[in-house]
Design a protein around this ligand. Structure first.
Ligand code: FES
Length: 186
């Protein structure tokens, strides 16, 4: 693959793109074009494009999806990973259909995040960082999600669930199992 120096790359850095790259439908390409058109620098669209690629690649950024992003944004593979590993809403490994992300930062910690995590661990039979064998649930502990006033809280897909109690968690798990809750990731 040829090396490029792209004009909107501030350093400029060498860009190497692997051969195996994700391919998307014309509709998805058009959606990506609409996001790119909003920014003077292509790389500024990194987060909206990551959400689209994650959605289209079964809920996480796989290597072909990462290669696609690097190519489309004109950045290094490492630039993609640097952003992807910073944000907890971007998955770098496969996750279950419902990804329970429990905030573990100060307000949530003080108001019982540990109890919520332990309860989820017992109910789902998995520890933070794991996925159930049926691929329905993944469990994570994440840093502050900006909803400190309604602690303890968790994010599932794109939705927040706040003022959690173990009873509310049980209801949420049942809604996930019955398909009542949209997962938001895919
Ligand atoms: S401390 Fe949990 S949302 Fe901020």
């Amino acid at each position: 693959m040829s090396q490029q120096f792209l004009p909107d790359n501030p350093l400029p850095q060498e860009v190497r793109v692997p051969d195996e790259m994700a391919v998307f439908s014309p509709e998805v390409e058009a959606e990506i074009d609409r996001h790119l058109a909003k920014y003077p620098l292509k790389r500024s669209a990194i987060l909206p494009l990551m959400f689209i690629v994650q959605r289209e690649r079964a809920g996480f950024l796989d290597p072909p999806g990462v290669a696609y992003l690097a190519n489309r944004l004109g950045v290094r593979i490492m630039d993609i990973w640097e952003v992807a590993t910073f944000y907890s809403m971007i998955n770098t490994e496969p996750v279950g259909m419902y990804h329970l992300q429990i905030c573990r930062t100060l307000s949530c910690k003080i108001l019982g995040a540990g109890t919520i995590t332990e309860h989820c661990t017992r109910r789902l039979g998995i520890k933070p960082g794991e996925t159930t064998p049926d691929k329905i649930f993944s469990l994570s502990e994440v840093e502050c999600l900006g909803s400190c006033g309604t602690a303890p809280m968790m994010q599932i897909g794109f939705d927040y669930y706040e003022n959690l109690t173990t009873g509310k968690v049980d209801e949420l798990i049942e809604k996930c199992r019955s398909g009542e809750l949209s997962n938001g990731v895919r």
